[in-house]
Design a protein around this ligand. Structure first.
Ligand SMILES: [Fe+2]
Ligand SMILES: [Fe+2]
Length: 286
């Protein structure tokens, strides 16, 4: 077995569904999401390997208000690596751009509606983001303009490892109330496009507030837990729309140049006992 050094590896952290409110205001009248994001930020900073970048796959705020984004900016400030923001159905494209003028990649909109889609390099990875949002609606869509941009980008980076990031996952999760506000247009076309580009290592998504993995267009599509509240696990069409304070987390996507693979880990957010050694003087502790 050979070992790799971290210089061979690109680390992309995925946070998602922060739902930050104005200071002191509770989401759903019950949860202060801000301290949960602080824990997640500290967990990212404590990782043994410094991430090359953090991408946040939407639902940055709860209502897309300026005061929420101001609060978010303060909460993200400790992150010292590039942070890439994406809108979710709880966000507002225009306000997001106005609130984060230092995030130059947000400025150039794609298509007639100015979709927040951009291509950036993260270490050895190419990160392509899709804007699945429909203003005023909870569900998502991908139209021809958005998919056309993706096709151009994919054709321009054949042979490079690509991660596609989007808020609404392009697959049914079997959680009925979430599928009702899922991606209602463009999923089949996206899957066909991904299937034609074998260099798409992963399609990473938000919106679901829990970890899900599925085969999609010959690659893997996944969602991630949120830093605060999770959507309850009930795989029935009539599942009640509900959340719970299950353990929060985030994803660490690690591209190993030596292996030519993207390895995705699920990381817990928060502080826990340990680390403790397995061995003492080379012997397994009995
Ligand atoms: Fe969300
Ligand atoms: Fe969402």
């Amino acid at each position: 077995m050979t070992t790799t050094t971290t210089e061979d590896t690109t680390f992309l952290v995925q946070l998602t569904d922060l739902h930050i409110r104005e200071p002191g205001r509770l989401a759903y009248g019950r949860i202060d999401t801000a301290p949960f994001l602080e824990h997640a930020v500290q967990s990212v900073l404590r990782l043994p390997q410094r991430p090359d970048a953090v991408v946040i796959t939407g639902d940055l705020s709860d209502f897309g208000r300026a005061a929420e984004y101001e609060h978010l900016a303060r909460l993200l400030a400790p992150l010292t690596m590039p942070v890439y923001l994406m809108p979710g159905n709880h966000d507002d494209r225009g306000q997001l751009r106005r609130s984060f003028p230092g995030h130059a990649y947000l400025a150039a909109g794609v298509g007639s509606a100015g979709f927040v889609q951009y291509a950036v390099r993260v270490g050895a990875l190419r990160l392509l983001t899709l804007d699945t949002c429909v203003p005023g609606a909870s569900h998502g869509e991908l139209c021809g303009e958005r998919l056309g941009w993706l096709e151009e980008q994919l054709d321009a980076c054949r042979g490079e490892p690509v991660v596609i990031a989007m808020h609404h996952p392009p697959f049914r999760t079997l959680i009925g109330h979430m599928d009702e506000i899922g991606l209602q247009r463009g999923a089949e076309a996206l899957e066909a496009l991904v299937a034609r580009h074998g260099n798409v290592e992963r399609v990473i998504c938000g919106h679901l507030h829990r970890a899900i993995d599925v085969r999609f267009g010959g690659t893997i599509a996944s969602t991630s837990p949120a830093p605060a509240h999770q959507v309850c696990l009930d795989l029935s069409p009539g599942a009640p729309s509900a959340w719970a304070l299950e353990p929060p987390g985030f994803r660490v996507h690690a591209w190993s140049a030596q292996d030519g693979r993207l390895v995705t880990h699920l990381a817990a957010s928060g502080t826990f006992e340990g680390p403790f050694p397995f061995h003492d003087n080379g012997e397994l502790i009995d």
